[in-house]
Design a binder for this molecule. Structure first.
Ligand code: PGA
Length: 241
C-alpha cells in the first residue's frame, strides 16, 4: 500500500518565532485530516527543536533537509542522523537539485546520505529530475534513470521515497503537466523494479493543481517548496481531495 507523503520543504526560510506563528494556523487545519496520508514539514535545522515540541501531539511528521553519512566528525556545516533523531525527525531529504547545483553533490554522495538515513531508521526522500536543457535535448529519461539507479543503489525500497522534481518546474510557477509527471513516475517505478515504491512529484505544486496531481495513478504525494511557506495554502494541499 503506497500511502501518500505530502511534504513541505521550507528550504532556508522560517525562524523559530515564524515557525511558531505558522504552526498556530497550520495545525488546526490538519487536525481532522484523514490518516490515509503522511503530512511532513522539513524546516531548517535551527527550528527542528521548536517544531518537534509544537507538533508532539499532532499528525505532523518532521523531515530534515539533509543528512550526513558519518555519525560525527570533522564535517563543518553537516548534520548527523543521531542529531536529527533527537528531534523526532522521521524523513531526510537528499539529492535536492539545489545542493546538487550549488554544492555539486554527486549521485554517489546522495546515495551515501540515503543509506546512512536508512541505517539510522530515517526514511530518505531522494530527489531526482532533469534541467530544462536536458529535457530540450531529449536527455531527460537518461538523466533521471542514472540518478535513480545510482541514488537508490543498495537501498531498501520499502523504506524510501523518490521525489521526481523537474528542475525547470522548481520555484518557477511552471508545473509539469500532470500526465507528463505521471509518465515519468511510472518509468521510475519500472526502472526500480519495485511496484510499491513511493514516488512524489515536486515543482510548483500549489492549491490549484494538487487535486489533479494526486489523482494520477503513479504519483504518491508531493514535495512542496514555495506553497508550503503559507500555512493556509499548505493546509489546502495537505487536505487534497
Ligand atoms: P517549489 O519547490 O514548490 O517552490 O517549486 C519545490 C522543491 O524545491 O522541492
Amino acid at each position: 500500500m503506497r500511502k501518500p507523503v505530502i511534504a513541505g520543504n521550507w528550504k532556508m526560510h522560517m525562524t523559530c518565532s515564524e515557525a511558531k506563528d505558522y504552526m498556530s494556523v497550520f495545525l488546526p487545519l490538519i487536525k481532522e485530516t484523514s490518516n490515509d496520508r503522511h503530512i511532513v514539514i522539513a524546516p531548517p535545522f535551527t527550528s527542528l527543536s521548536t517544531m518537534a515540541d509544537l507538533s508532539v501531539m499532532s499528525n505532523l511528521e518532521l523531515s530534515s533537509q539533509n543528512v550526513h553519512w558519518e555519525d560525527s566528525g570533522a564535517f563543518t556545516a553537516e548534520i548527523s542522523p543521531s542529531m536529527l533523531l533527537e528531534h523526532r525527525v522521521k524523513y531526510a531529504i537528499v539529492g535536492h537539485s539545489e545542493p546538487r547545483k550549488y554544492f555539486s553533490e554527486s549521485d554517489k554522495q546522495i546515495n551515501l546520505r540515503a543509506k546512512s538515513a536508512q541505517s539510522n531508521h530515517l526514511i530518505p526522500i531522494v530527489c531526482v529530475g532533469e534541467t530544462f536543457e536536458q529535457r530540450e535535448k531529449g536527455e531527460a529519461e537518461r538523466v533521471i534513470r542514472r540518478q535513480v539507479e545510482q541514488g537508490l543503489e543498495e537501498l531498501d525500497f520499502t523504506n524510501v521515497v523518490v521525489a521526481y522534481e523537474p528542475i525547470w518546474a522548481i520555484g518557477t510557477g511552471k508545473t509539469c503537466e500532470s500526465i507528463e509527471a505521471n509518465r515519468i513516475c511510472t518509468l521510475i517505478r519500472k526502472w526500480s523494479g519495485y511496484s510499491d515504491l513511493r514516488i512524489q512529484y515536486g515543482g510548483s505544486v500549489k492549491p490549484s493543481n494538487i487535486d489533479e496531481l494526486m489523482s494520477m495513478s503513479d504519483i504518491d504525494g508531493v514535495l512542496v517548496g514555495g506553497a508550503s511557506l503559507d500555512p493556509e495554502s499548505f493546509g489546502r494541499i495537505a487536505n487534497y481531495n
